[in-house]
Design a protein around this ligand. Structure first.
Ligand code: ATP
Length: 369
């Protein structure tokens, strides 16, 4: 089973800057790796280069020591010899073939004998729990069922690497949820390396063993999902992952909002090595607590940061409530898992544990802990 390694990869579509520039990326063997990032950041291009569908302008791609593409050495392995399975957003089943014939097609091309074809087709259909539809035509199936068939069609050729490009984005919310669980099960059962492109952070966070956050053709962070959430490498990752996004405040030269004055000094008092480096602090919405106004409001206890803010909106979701606040002209979001009684216009006392702050430097990179 292969590790996929991209080294110094560049890809331009003739425009400047290149879609991918000097990309280094190592996708762990047997991982379920999601490429996550905003539209146009280069996720699909990266996937297509791994598949051999998009020629590189510079650099190399290696898969398990078996596939070696290198622009510098002039070597390239064509897509059909890479042993990879691909599924795209539009599942592109052949409408005039039954589900079983669609799935076995790849085996026919590979000249596999009829009995083995039938066995492997049924096995793949069963794995995707769509074997009951073997004799139906695609038009007789729902979108989610068709996508299961396209996954079975990919699995039947027993690929070492599965490449999936937003395969769930045409499905409704309920089906997407089901398919995420299916894909996770598939990964647990087969141990295949899966590379999955999505711009949906929830999809990445729920399924992946590893998440690659990309922006403007560059890797921002590669880490397990919880590490991405709890220890974002920079302010881009901090704000891209999490909904509502992490609140960020400048505590450098231009101090503003609720953290005016004190925060920088309090942090630096405890960690003098950050003096001159600390520029921005971040706090997740769920790390801000609404509390009753306390008499000791202006002399917060050590470790706690307290401030007043005006409630602007209250959005209950059922399991939690998102509150937006105006703290001395700075907008921030809070998520509470307790009932919220405050209404718009109220002044609320907010508190944050200093240990819940994320600290970033002037280059917006996470400061060491
Ligand atoms: P999305 O989530 O919208 O699919 P993405 O992250 O997958 O986006 P890519 O499709 O890889 O991004 O595109 C990266 C950049 O390359 C974008 O700026 C895009 O406009 C450009 N690009 C992609 N394909 C082509 C093409 N065939 N011709 C010209 N430019 C392209």
């Amino acid at each position: 089973m292969p590790t996929i390694a991209l080294t110094a990869v560049r890809k331009s579509y003739g425009t400047h800057p290149p879609a991918i520039d000097n990309l280094d990326l190592e996708i762990p063997d047997g991982s379920f790796t999601c490429l996550l990032g905003p539209s146009g950041c280069g996720k699909t291009t990266t996937l297509r280069m791994i598949a051999g569908l998009e020629p590189l302008d510079a650099g190399s791609i290696e898969v398990g020591g078996r596939i070696r593409d290198s622009v510098e050495r002039g070597v390239f392995v064509p897509p059909e010899e890479r042993g990879m399975g691909l599924v795209f957003q539009n599942y592109a089943l052949w409408p005039h073939l039954t589900v079983a014939r669609n799935v076995e097609f790849g085996l026919r091309v590979r000249k596999v004998r009829a009995t083995e074809r039938a066995e492997r087709t049924m096995k793949a259909l069963k794995m995707m729990q769509i074997d009951w539809a073997a004799d139906r035509y695609p038009a007789q199936l729902s979108g989610g069922q068709q996508q299961r068939v396209s996954l079975a069609r990919m699995l039947v050729i027993n690929p070492e690497v599965l490449l999936l490009d937003e395969p769930l984005s045409n499905l409704d919310a309920q089906l997407r949820l089901e398919m995420r669980a299916e894909l996770k099960r598939l990964h647990d059962e087969t141990g295949h390396t899966i590379v999955f492109v999505t711009h949906d952070q929830l999809e990445a966070m729920t399924m992946a063993t590893h998440v690659v956050v990309m922006n403007k053709g560059e890797v921002q962070q590669l880490a397990p999902p919880l590490e991405i959430y709890h220890r974002p490498a920079n302010t881009f990752v901090a704000q891209f992952v999490g909904s509502p996004p992490m609140n960020l405040f400048d505590v450098g030269t231009d101090e503003s909002g609720p953290f005016r004055g004190a925060v920088h000094d309090r942090i630096v008092a405890e960690r003098p090595e950050l003096n001159g480096a600390l520029r921005t602090v971040g706090v997740r919405p769920e790390a801000i607590r609404l509390s009753a106004r306390s008499a000791a409001a202006d002399s917060p206890p050590g470790g706690l940061l307290e401030f007043d803010a005006t409630v602007t909106t209250v959005l209950p979701t059922g399991s939690s409530t998102t509150v937006s606040l105006d703290a001395a002209g700075t907008e921030l979001y809070l998520v509470s898992f307790q009932p919220v009684t405050a209404t718009p216009g109220d002044t609320a006392r907010c508190s944050i544990d200093l240990t819940d702050l994320h600290l970033f430097d002037g280059a917006r990179a996470r400061l060491p802990e």
